[in-house]
Design a protein around this ligand. Structure first.
Ligand SMILES: *Cc1c(COP(=O)(O)O)cnc(C)c1O
Length: 497
């Protein structure tokens, strides 16, 4: 059955999946949501006998109904291959009574790889399906991590190029090194003299520049974005929740129909929204546990019904969750408002002008699926240390925020259902914070690479390839421009005069 996508901001938008992937954001500024959430058409028992790629197909085909079987299987095979360092793609590891779903076995050792390794293939397939002959040029501004994950995903994908702008003095040395060593004949990395906002504004201006877009079109190109609100990033994230459940089922850890809890360390609300979709497809999930760090805007939202971004922004040791506007939450707001685009638009207007909104009691009643809480910096560090000391298993700071919140959930509710914790980054990606948590006095004086080796030794795991690459890979990108020259730089890269 064909599934169409609506905008969260007006009623007159109705597009296919491939159109939604190509556009990213609707013209009215809204996010695309499926008209309904499809149910599984194979049993969970059958899924438990399938590998990651097969599960991915069974889930994604229900959402991307205008892709042929061959097209979708091609995208999946090109994404979930040897770029991942394990055949399982997303292994489950049991420690201290919970199941850690390791989403960090891809090219940049963090969970963004799960979606960004398939998005380029979904995008180019969508372009061809819609008779778009132009090559796709991905423009991205990054403050560090997403840029690298997008570069790795798009590298050498036929019919695409990617240009990433970053603030030359505004990312960590490791993040910069990860980007400037990126291979691929279609990848471009540009440092700008300016901050992240300058980079972001420059990119936004180019997306909206009619003249530039016409020049691109004449040269056989068009811009697109790899933004986290793209439905082509959301749908692949549903897969691993289904995969995790069916692994537990397949190994006899749970019985058929048994409910589990899912804990997700949350920033932009994309990952946990995918879990919500999985639940609504029929996956037996009890609570969706939304874990925040000290930027606890979502915890406050779940406990009061008011979303309020007017607060101090805190820099934490889980930087990918340092977010005050969780853009994907808009999809949930739209859904619990009863697919009411007008009501949702009013909330979003209020967020824009006042920085806050309050949902209705009827809407709040529909948030029963969720439990929200947060971990302080101190609690996060303590969780890393105690899990390591009791089990030998080392988790990163983001995952530790989730593990800390899970402890609070259990003590608040006494609920002891089996629980999957989304493990969103390799501890090697945040080795300084992780090792500080374990024993600051001992590791404080070590260099970053000494820490990496020490972490490998104490956790008894191999240093991931992504980290080895930073040590040894040659610098391939050295373009730097002023923030006023971003457009000229893009034209030069694309050979447009
Ligand atoms: C992006 C990210 C998150 C937050 O995910 P959202 O989908 O934005 O909620 C959590 N942990 C890590 C390591 C991330 O990179």
């Amino acid at each position: 059955m064909a599934l169409y996508y609506r905008s969260t901001r007006s009623d007159d938008v109705r597009v296919t999946a491939s159109q939604a992937i190509l556009k990213g954001l609707a013209d009215d500024g809204g996010l695309y949501v499926p008209e309904n959430i499809p149910a599984f058409d194979v049993s969970l028992e059958e899924l438990s006998g399938m590998d990651y790629r097969q599960v991915a197909y069974e889930v994604m085909k229900l959402f991307l109904t205008d892709f042929t079987e061959e097209e979708l299987k091609n995208c999946i095979d090109n994404a979930y291959d040897s770029k991942f360092d394990t055949d399982e793609i997303a292994p489950l590891v049991k420690a201290d009574g919970a199941y850690y779903l390791e989403l960090f076995h891809g090219a940049t050792i963090a969970f963004k790889d799960m979606a960004l390794s398939i998005l380029p293939h979904l995008m180019i397939t969508s372009a061809r399906k819609n008779n778009i002959k132009n090559d796709i040029v991905i423009l991205t501004a990054t403050s560090g991590d997403t840029g690298k994950a997008a570069l790795a995903g798009f590298a050498d994908v036929e019919g695409t190029s990617i240009i990433v702008f970053y603030p030359k003095n505004g990312v960590s040395p490791i993040q910069e090194r990860q980007m400037v060593t990126q291979k691929g004949k279609n990848t471009y990395v540009v440092g700008i003299h300016g901050n992240f906002d300058d980079a972001q504004t420059g990119v936004k201006n180019m997306f909206g520049d009619k003249e530039l877009n016409a020049e691109l079109d004449a040269a056989g190109y068009q811009f697109s974005s790899a933004n986290s609100i793209n439905i082509g990033r959301l749908v692949p994230q549903i897969v691993y929740y289904v995969y995790a459940y069916t692994r537990l089922l397949g190994s006899g850890e749970i019985a058929a129909g048994e409910k589990i809890n899912v804990v997700v360390p949350t920033g932009n609300f994309g990952n946990i929204l995918a879990a919500y979709f999985a639940k609504n497809m029929g996956l037996p999930v009890n609570k969706l546990i939304c874990a925040s760090n000290e930027n606890k805007v979502l915890y406050d939202f779940f406990s009061t019904g008011t979303y309020d971004r007017n607060r101090e922004f805190v820099l934490t040791s889980s930087p990918s969750m340092d977010i005050l506007i969780s853009s994907n939450l808009e999809r949930l707001i739209y859904i619990i408002a009863g697919a009411d685009a007008k009501a949702n638009s009013e909330f979003m207007d209020s967020l824009k002008t006042e920085g806050r909104y309050t949902i209705t009691p009827q809407m709040r009643a529909k948030l029963d699926d969720f439990y929200g809480n947060y971990s302080s910096e101190e609690e996060t560090a303590r969780v890393i240390k105690s899990l390591y000391e009791s089990t030998g298993y080392v988790i990163d700071t983001h995952t530790a925020v989730a593990a800390g919140v899970y402890k609070k959930y259990v003590s608040d509710t006494g609920d002891n259902l089996k629980t999957v914790i989304a493990s969103t980054a390799s501890p090697f990606k945040f080795s300084r914070s992780v090792m500080d948590a374990i024993d600051k006095s001992r590791y404080d004086s070590m260099s970053d690479f000494e820490l990496v080796d020490e972490l490998a030794a104490i956790a008894n795991v191999k240093v991931p390839q992504a980290i080895e690459d930073i040590r040894t890979a040659p610098v391939l990108h050295d373009t730097v421009c002023d923030k006023t020259e971003m457009k000229a730089t893009v034209k030069k890269i694309l050979n447009i005069n």
